[in-house]
Every structure is written in C-alpha cells, then in structure tokens.
Design a protein around this ligand. Structure first.
Ligand code: SF4
Length: 335
C-alpha cells in the first residue's frame, strides 16, 4: 500500500481520484469503483501498489501486439483490481479481487525489471488486469525498464483520465486498447463505464505517435452486429488511421465471469467482421487462423508469418524501418 498520486480534495470533504474517467469522489473509509484505492483518514491510498499477481514471459503477440517487436518476448505483470466490471471478463479472479482478501507481498519495481532481463525479454508489459488502476506502480516499473533498454507496453481498456494518459505517454512505447463496442449502452451495461472517454483517448493516442493497436472481442448478440462493426472499423480507419492493426478476438464462454449462456463466436461472424474491416479500408486485420500473417497492403508480399496456436512468428520480409523492402510501403511495424 502506498499513498496515491492522481487525486485531490473536494470542498465537501471527499477525495477525488483523478486516475480514470470514473473520477470517484471517495468518503473516508470507502474505496473507489475499482476497490483498490481507498480514502484512509482523509488521504487516498493505492492498496495494490506492488501487489503483483501475475508475472510471466509471453510472446508479445499474446498482448496482442503484432507490429511491435514482432517475434519477441515480453515480461507481463499485473496487480489486482479493475475499473470495469465486464460480465465477459476472463480474468475476473484477479480483476475483481481486492488486496484485502489476498495476502500479496510487495514486489519492488526493480525486481520486475530484473526478472524481465533475466528471462531475455525485449520489453515489459503492464497488463493482465487494468494498468490504469495501479498507475503509480506501473510508472515506477516503466521508468526503470526504459533505463534498462526495455520496450514498454500498456494493455488497457482505454478509460484513463486525461491526466493519467498525459503522465504515462512519455514512458510507453506501445499500447493496445480494447475497443469493446461503439454502443454507449453496451459499455454502461456490460462494463459499468462509458464509450466516449475511450474514443477520446484513442484519438489522442493516435495523434501522439505512440504505437497503437486495437482489440475487439466479438460477443455473439452483444458486440458482433455488422452495423456496429461497420461503425467501429469506420472509426478506426477514418480517425485513427488505416494502418492501425485491428485484432478480432472470438468469444469463448468457458472461462468468462458471466455470460455462460452465450455460445462461442461462430467462424461466420468472425469472417463477416474481417470483411467489414477490409471494406472500411483497414490494412491489418487479425482474427487467428487464416488471418494471422502481415501482408504488405501495396504489393501483397508476406512480411510476417504467424502460427497462432503456438504463438510462432517468423519475420519474412520487413526492412529496418518497419516497411516493405519490396515496394517501400509502410507496414507500421516497430522492429
Ligand atoms: S482508478 Fe478509477 S475507479 Fe479506481 S478510484 Fe480512481 S477513479 Fe475510481
């Protein structure tokens, strides 16, 4: 536990947390929506500071990031809690946990970086749960990682406050944002959040030049309607850029927090979403088997081959600038 940054007192005796777009105003003795930031005797504390619950070396493709250090390994870590309450969460044991109910020793930020280096990773990823709600700790790790020559990755639901986004931006090389739907009603019902802050942050990230990839989970009957996918891919192409990679993730009910009654995504719905993305003009759409390679959008040459089942990656034809060596088109790849 550590005293929190990103907060201020309000005239009515509460502490407002300024980390995410919930902007919780918290009374003494109470916690915010994420359950891991608590007002203790008039000061806000980060309860999950250093409470690392997941730590492992992963293929960077698993984040998913297909255009950032392709074929490399990243050190993934996360602390408990989340500012969303997604019914489809596949990580709910950690994301909906509070440090109160867990006995977790504090992992010094230096240890996270040392573990990453020892494992031969090229980057470090704040992931697993939502890094925004352990931002103070994540920032300490990212700064050390940068000093050690590691790439830095943030995997997020995109609900950061403008202040939080401004603060992390200089320390993050690549970000994957989960764009769950283009319907505000879906965000309110399924996640207990709103759509607009996510879209605003995506626009800002795109303008900033940070490496950006976007992920969407296709939940049958909830977030796979073709007209919604049309609006989503139009938004990505028109406002973020046609070169922003878009990952389509099929829904699997087995390990979801709720939604057990919903069937797994059909192959047909995934193909339909892929086709809609192509029509919108997106250059790089990934949906697993059959749509996992990176192909130059100009000359059609295969740049990167992937074997999704084993997260195998072979860089076939990419120049040192991350472009196509054949026709020199940009592939939006950071090697
Ligand atoms: S991180 Fe978000 S959900 Fe958690 S206390 Fe702060 S504003 Fe509330």
């Amino acid at each position: 536990m550590r005293r929190a940054d990103f907060c201020h007192e309000t005239p009515d005796g509460k502490i407002q947390c300024d980390l995410c777009c919930h902007f919780c105003r918290i009374l003494p003795g109470r916690s915010g929506i994420c359950k891991v930031r608590r007002n203790i005797a008039g000061s806000l504390f980060s309860l999950n500071f250093g409470a690392v619950v997941t730590a492992s070396a992963d293929p960077v493709e698993k984040k998913p990031l297909h255009h950032f250090m392709p074929g490399s390994t990243t050190w993934s870590f996360g602390a408990p809690g989340c500012n969303f309450t997604c019914a489809n969460s596949q990580n709910w044991q950690n994301s909906q946990a509070t440090p109160d109910g867990l006995s977790i020793p504090v992992t010094p930020p230096e240890t996270v970086v040392a573990d990453a280096l020892r494992a031969g990773c090229r980057s470090i990823s704040c992931t697993s749960t939502e890094p925004t709600i352990y931002a103070e700790y994540a920032l300490e790790v990212l700064k050390l990682a940068r000093d050690s020559g590691l790439g830095t990755i943030w995997v997020s639901n995109g609900y950061l406050s403008p202040l939080c986004l401004d603060t992390i931006m200089p320390w993050v090389d690549a970000i994957n944002v989960d764009l769950k739907s283009m319907d505000d009603a879906f965000y309110r019902r399924n996640c207990g959040a709103r759509l607009e802050p996510v879209l605003d942050n995506l626009r800002r990230i795109s303008r900033s030049g940070m490496h950006l990839e976007v992920t969407t989970l296709l939940i049958p009957g909830q977030s796979d309607h073709p007209s919604m996918i049309e609006r989503m891919t139009g938004f990505i192409a028109d406002e973020l850029g046609r070169g922003v990679p878009w990952h389509i993730i099929p829904f699997r009910p087995g390990i979801s927090r709720k939604m057990q009654e919903i069937a797994a995504s059909s192959r047909e719905s995934i193909e339909t979403a892929w086709e809609i993305g192509r029509k919108a003009g997106l250059f790089f759409i990934y949906s697993g088997e059959g749509h996992s390679d990176t192909v130059c959008p100009r000359c059609g040459r295969t740049a990167i081959q992937r074997h999704p089942r084993i997260f195998g990656t072979t860089v076939v034809s990419v120049d040192t600038e991350g472009g196509c060596p054949s026709c020199h088109a940009s592939l939006s790849i950071k090697m």
